[in-house]
Design a protein. Structure first.
Length: 214
């Protein structure tokens, strides 16, 4: 018999929390290790329990950097983000920062459970409204906190350790434009340099040929 998928859940509104707990505990293939975890304790809970999946409350996030940092610190734990009517930009942002799934809190219970199972296998899930493009109504993250598509491209190359000159050549943009995008990315992630980005990713070795290119 295959082992059960282990899960931890952050703190949600009472009704949502009760429903989620019942759903997870009612599935014989899932094992709830901890729930009701406050935002400040989610990192410690993942470190302690090492779950296959962590279910996060989008409403309690202070910035997209929290998802990014959790993903970099615990790459083996899949992150499922639940939100109030998430927009396409918000869901795509969550996925860009390392979440495996982004779903509305209004999603039917069986679909949330299905998403947890899929996430444990590394499969991405988005709500239909986000996949098709949704209104910004109900958005909790400021637009200034979201990466632009070009910034997402630059971030991907930065994470690979590419020097600024190579990024400029790959994306057919100017070197100063790369630096501007990089500064914007660092600000949105709550860090200050390429070295901080590498530290989060556990990839200091990638800095060998890129020192001083913040």
């Amino acid at each position: 018999m295959p082992s059960r998928v282990t899960v931890v859940m952050s703190k949600f509104e009472d009704l949502v929390a009760i429903g989620l707990t019942q759903l997870v505990e009612g599935d014989s293939n899932l094992e709830l290790l901890a729930d009701g975890i406050p935002p400040s304790g989610i990192e410690a809970a993942i470190a302690e329990h090492g779950p296959a999946v962590a279910v996060l409350n989008f409403g309690s996030l202070t910035s997209p950097a929290q998802v990014f940092q959790l993903h970099q610190s615990f790459p083996e734990t899949r992150l499922v983000v639940l939100a109030n009517r998430p927009t396409a930009a918000e869901c795509n942002q969550m996925l860009a920062f390392g979440a495996t799934s982004c779903l509305s809190k209004e999603t039917q219970g069986r679909d949330v459970v299905h998403a947890v199972h899929l996430a444990s296998r590394g499969m991405h899930v988005l709500p239909r409204s986000a996949a098709g493009g949704a209104s910004a109504e109900g958005s909790r993250l400021k637009g200034s906190d979201l990466l632009t598509p070009r910034e997402a491209d630059v971030l991907e190359l930065l994470q690979e350790g590419a020097p600024n000159a190579q990024i400029a050549q790959t994306l057919s943009i100017g070197l100063e434009t790369v630096r501007t995008h990089a500064r914007n990315i660092y600000r949105k992630l709550g860090i200050s340099s390429r070295r901080d980005l590498a530290r989060l990713a556990g990839a200091e070795a990638a800095l060998a040929g890129a020192t001083g290119e913040a």
